[in-house]
Design a protein around this ligand. Sequence first.
Ligand SMILES: [Zn+2]
Length: 73
Amino acid sequence: MSYFCSECVVNWWPYQAKGGCCPRCGGGTTFRQEPASDDAEPLFVIARIEAARRERCDAFEAYYERREQHRAA
Ligand SMILES: [Zn+2]
């Protein structure tokens, strides 16, 4: 059993698709009676690393945005 993302063409393991969402693109998935893709695990690891990097970038930008607003005020 797996969750299929037609956008990434990957059959994810059930635990990888949080709330039925693709861990890579965040899109919706469809439940399939098929085994997970062979590359689901490495792709999931990459997706998690990229998500963490995006989060750090967002936090960094938000920090400086607040600083700039503080200075302008
Ligand atoms: Zn996807």
